[in-house]
Design a protein around this ligand. Structure first.
Ligand code: HEC
Length: 138
């Protein structure tokens, strides 16, 4: 493709995107607001995260926990990634926590935590904690 063709195509794309109703692909959908929880549930969520999740996802959620770093086979989701955050719903977060990777067609390395189903407030506290790890400011 010649430089001229590239320029023409680029100009066409810019024009297309100035048309009404055009969606810019660089714009992310807004990150779903964290579930509203009590201060106790929020604290419980933070505790659950450090007890159950840090070993893989890391203190900051970047996927750099000791178990992730120890094995090349374990590719852990970076929970701080704003693109991922904007594409995942709170329901999806609850589902993957309760059912594990295979429950949402993801890696079996992500364990299921079905025991968290019995306390909905704490589960939501954990979901809120995962939301708080996002690197984007919204
Ligand atoms: C043994 C390591 C390990 C532990 C412990 C672990 N995870 Fe994961 N987690 C993973 C891996 C690996 C993935 C990536 C799965 C994939 O992309 O196929 C993942 C993915 C996820 C995802 C992304 C799912 C999606 O739909 O994109 C979320 C959310 C998550 N984990 C939350 C948690 C939470 C919360 C805890 C603690 C309650 C936890 N994880 C504990 C390894 C772990």
């Amino acid at each position: 493709m010649s430089n001229n063709t590239v320029r023409t195509l680029g100009a066409a794309l810019v024009m297309m995107c100035s048309a009404p109703g055009c969606q810019k692909t660089t714009q992310l959908p807004p990150i779903e607001a964290a579930p509203l929880v009590s201060a106790e549930a929020k604290a419980a969520g933070a505790t659950l995260y450090s007890e159950l999740c840090v070993r893989c996802h890391g203190v900051s959620g970047w996927g750099d926990g000791p178990e992730a770093l120890a094995s090349r086979k374990v590719r852990v989701q970076d929970l701080g990634d704003p693109v991922w955050q904007s594409n995942v719903s709170n329901d999806r977060l609850r589902a993957v926590i309760l059912r594990g990777g295979p429950g949402v067609r993801k890696s079996p390395v992500m364990p299921a935590f079905p025991q968290l189903a019995k306390n909905k407030d704490e589960l939501d506290g954990l979901v809120a904690y995962v939301r708080s790890l996002s690197r984007s400011v919204q």
